[in-house]
Design a protein around this ligand. Sequence first.
Ligand code: NAD
Length: 250
Amino acid sequence: MRLKGKTVLVTAAGQGIGRAAALGCAEEGAQVIATDLNGDLLDYTGARNGGQIETRTLDVCDGAAIRKMAASLPDLDGLFNCAGFVHHGTVLDISDADLDFSLALNLASMLRMSRAFVPGMLRQAERTGTASILNMASMASSIKGFPNRTLYGATKAGVIGLSKGIAADFVTRGLRCNALCPGTIDTPSLRGRIAQAADPEAARRDFIARQPMGRLGTPEDLVPMIVYLLSDESRFMTGQAVLVDGGVTI
Ligand code: NAD
């Protein structure tokens, strides 16, 4: 029960990594607020520890909705900003609309969420000694470049910078902030990108080929690290970009 007594909010918890994180945090004893743009996906009926998961619809690009939610919730111990989108293409393929959308969803949303929830998390850290923000970055970021991931990598590099800035500002007040940098993970969005490729089978082979362990990661491969970074076990750790990439960056 590594998160017993803690309240943790997860964004994009309708499917993929966010959903696995919400389930993993509940399994470790947290009260979880699972949020997603698509409220229909937020069904935890029958899930183990599902009773500890409260669901709410939230568009992380909507600043007013974020502020309203922050005002309506108890002070958080943990915040996992998971929502993000993969733009495919080189710098020559990025339209103004693509640019605005990816910056808003991948980066500005995490800034808005932090701005809204940090005051309560600081209060909680004052009471308990610690609170933790975890922001979803990627190995495709300031860590490594990949073909057709310029816009994605730029936003995820921004996430690492945002996380370090928050970590530096609140390091003396018990609030920690880290960034998670996964390798390629088999999620609905990845399957969607594979399905859209001209040759889906080749696309899947290519994604697997860039993973030295010879397989894609699963959302569950990330859960132990997510729980660790949100828990007090990582209490001496802040401002880090943590790779869980199946060996890509060996
Ligand atoms: P996914 O498509 O499986 O799930 C994404 C979820 O985000 C969906 O439930 C969707 O409804 C929700 N969402 C979309 N727009 C939203 C918004 N405006 N507000 C709130 N929720 C919104 O995605 P995933 O593959 O699990 O990716 C989750 C995060 O992990 C993303 O930030 C992604 O960049 C990152 N990531 C994924 C991989 C990978 O290989 N899958 C690797 C590294 C990092």
